[in-house]
Write a protein that binds this ligand. Structure first.
Ligand SMILES: C[S@@+](CC[C@H](N)C(=O)[O-])C[C@H]1O[C@@H](n2cnc3c(N)ncnc32)[C@H](O)[C@@H]1O
Length: 253
């Protein structure tokens, strides 16, 4: 990344500074302005940069604000949690650019930089449940119809994909995870492993390994990533703790 006016879209990782990549730390250091949801900005050390905190909903407005700042000569880091390309600001910044028919931001260099996503942190805490083919789905129906969520979940189960489920529940969306688990249970046997990883990597981290038949959707909140295995996903009970993995070979290979 070079030049004097840029927007770099970065991610903090799922928790504290130990999850920040050195590349992202360097970009934050060189930025003059930080744009993002307040709690994500709080995760990166308060330094010399101007902070532009906003709420978590107006993604396109926030992206436009970041691009405006850069067009005026600033070096702007747009800060997401986790990886900025996974259900986060990466797509919003590119969508804002895509809509810029007047070329207001044509001189602004825009780059996206990887971060550690919640599914990677949650999976690694318990072994390698995403060891074979998997997909990541957001259960939020704020930006897509619920029928689409259900259809994708059903097809993913039928395709034997392990699923990393983001945004499984919130106060405004209390029933969706229960419905999703019921859809998967129509396809997979009740002993299929399910993981609830809440606040992975943080002080309040809580990990539960259960089964599709026993999974209690009430365990999930906004800080939870749910991983639903496929029938080949294995659980190893060891003296040192539980490990979960999905073998890379598929029956019949
Ligand atoms: C809007 S999405 C952002 C995802 C983020 N860009 C990423 O790559 O992890 C927010 C959702 O990510 C998941 N999440 C974020 N941090 C987490 C953590 N530390 N532990 C478990 N899940 C987390 C939760 O499902 C949460 O509802």
């Amino acid at each position: 990344m070079s030049g004097d006016c840029w927007v770099a879209v970065v991610g903090t990782g799922p928790a504290g500074p130990e999850w920040l990549t050195p590349e992202t730390a360097d970009i934050l250091e060189r930025a003059t302005d930080l744009v993002g949801y307040g709690p994500y900005l709080d995760r990166v050390a308060a330094g010399h940069q101007r902070r532009h905190a906003s709420d978590n909903r107006q993604e396109l407005d926030r992206a436009g604000h970041a691009l405006d700042l850069a067009a005026e000569g600033s070096r702007v880091a747009v800060v997401s949690g986790g990886d900025p390309g996974v259900f986060a600001m990466g797509a919003a910044v590119l969508e804002a650019l895509d809509r810029d028919t007047e070329g207001r931001w044509r001189n602004v260099a825009v780059t996206v930089h990887p971060g550690v996503s919640a599914m990677q942190a949650a999976a690694a805490r318990l072994g390698a449940p995403l060891g074979a083919d998997f997909c990541a789905l957001s259960l939020s129906d704020n930006l897509k119809p619920w029928a689409v969520v259900e259809r994708r979940v059903r097809l993913a189960a039928e395709a034997d994909l392990v699923m990393a489920l983001y945004n499984p529940a919130s106060r405004a969306r209390p029933w969706q995870l229960g419905r999703v688990l019921a859809v998967i249970a129509e396809v997979h046997p009740p002993e299929t492993p399910v993981i609830f990883a809440t606040a992975a990597g943080r002080e309040q981290e809580h990990l539960t390994v259960t089964t599709l038949g026993e999974a209690d959707p009430a365990r999930a909140d906004m800080r939870t990533l749910v991983i639903v295995g496929m029938p080949g996903t294995r659980v190893l009970e060891r003296e040192q703790g539980t490990l979960v993995y999905t073998p890379r070979y598929y029956e019949g290979a």
